[in-house]
Design a protein around this ligand. Structure first.
Ligand SMILES: [Zn+2]
Length: 100
């Protein structure tokens, strides 16, 4: 399998031995991935909180279409960020042929 770095897209040197292959090519990308994971985590928490508030406080939204539109946007952003999280932590690397 051809492994590429989840951060820069460069090739990953495969180190022999047991355990899962890393998702990064070197120490710099490893650190950048850690920062990105923290950013994603914070952003997801914000999205999820807003999503919950919108669901609970429907009466705050005079226009139901606006409310649904915002919920759809939040769901899409959450899905995108979760996909990126999976990519960064190296889960689902063998599922790249799955239909999206
Ligand atoms: Zn890299």
């Amino acid at each position: 399998m051809n492994l590429t770095c989840a951060k820069c897209g460069g090739p990953i040197e495969r180190t022999p031995g047991p355990g899962r292959a890393p998702t990064y090519c070197g120490d710099l990308c490893k650190r950048l991935i850690e920062y990105e994971l923290r950013r994603l985590d914070r952003r997801l928490a914000t999205y999820e909180l807003e999503q919950r508030e919108i669901k609970v406080n429907a009466e705050d939204w005079p226009d139901e279409n606006d409310r649904q539109k915002r919920l759809r946007a939040l769901r899409r952003w959450i899905r995108q960020d979760e996909d990126r999280l999976r990519e960064l932590i190296g889960a689902g690397r063998n599922n790249q042929n799955d239909p999206a």
